[in-house]
Design a protein around this ligand. Sequence first.
Ligand code: TXA
Ligand code: MG
Length: 342
Amino acid sequence: MLTRVLKMGLKKPEKAKLQEAAMILKNGGLVAFPTETVYGLGANALNPKAVKKIFQAKGRPADNPLIIHIASMKELKPLVTHIPSSARKLMEKFWPGPLTLLFKKSAIVPKIATGGLSTVAVRMPAHKVACALIKAAKMPIAAPSANLSGTPSPTDASHVLHDFDGKIDMILDGGKTHIGLESTVIDMMTSPPTILRPGKISRGQIEKVIGGIAMHTHTKLQPDEIVKVKSPGMKYRHYAPKAKVILVDGSKSEKKKKINALITHYKKQGKKVAVMTLDKNHGYSADAVKYMGATHASIARRLFSTLRDLDHRSIDIILIETVPEKGLGAAIMNRLRRAAEE
Ligand code: TXA
Ligand code: MG
């Protein structure tokens, strides 16, 4: 299969290109597209055969459900049985935007899209190309992040092409994504609601709108615990580069000491070592050193592309400085911990 890449105008996505992409979706094919978080790998959410292709292309376990993307509020109702009032408040405040909400699914949502669950995750992206595509296709679009299962999410069309060249019909290229980490996922059916995956919309922002909520803390699960997992995506290896990831915490000077010791240790073993640092004037003598940025926003934007980049350089060990876990920092640390899991 030839994977076509179409460059999209961001202010005014070209109608003819959107029509081509919409036709592919109508015919049950796969189109990757940019959102404000990461690129998604889209299919007609209401066509089980099309949705199955997403799982096959990604190598995604069948019990890991997908997020369904919509472009207007009226598209939500047919997908769900009930909209709680707290969900309404969150949608009013944060949609379109990087917030995914869980609802009880209606009969029209195929089970394959929800990994066999009776719930469905829905979000309205805030990206011109994503919205225009959903509108042109006139259908809800099921889309996980457009990466091979387990690898870092794609924040640029080139990442999608790297993972899926020859395996999907089309990529809409909207350049680099703005946020760089996936949406916040929140289960609205628990009392209080529970954050299943932290993201750009922070716990504090959500609590300002609907009051106290719970945070699902991911810890490494034992096989016999897997049945109890709330969000099936949590149990699989995630965001992982090929290199071994080691997180380094402590004060600035403690981190420096630890990192220098680890560089020496692994170099002695003949390993290629990289460092992802918060210190612009680091002075580390590793094979690659990447400055992560001065703000949480810029760290988030670069995180996945840096991991991918280091993989292309055949790095064996990546030492990464931890960030304070406030606001977006919680989402960054969530991804880093998952990337560091064996
Ligand atoms: O920002 C995003 O959310 C991106 C863009 C493309 O929209 N999408 C994304 O999808 O990150 P994905 O499939 O990579 O992650 C979806 C997460 C998974 O952890 C999955 O287990 C969880 O949401 N999820 C989806 N439906 C669920 C459900 N019904 N119940 C519990 N968790 C669900
Ligand atoms: Mg993903």
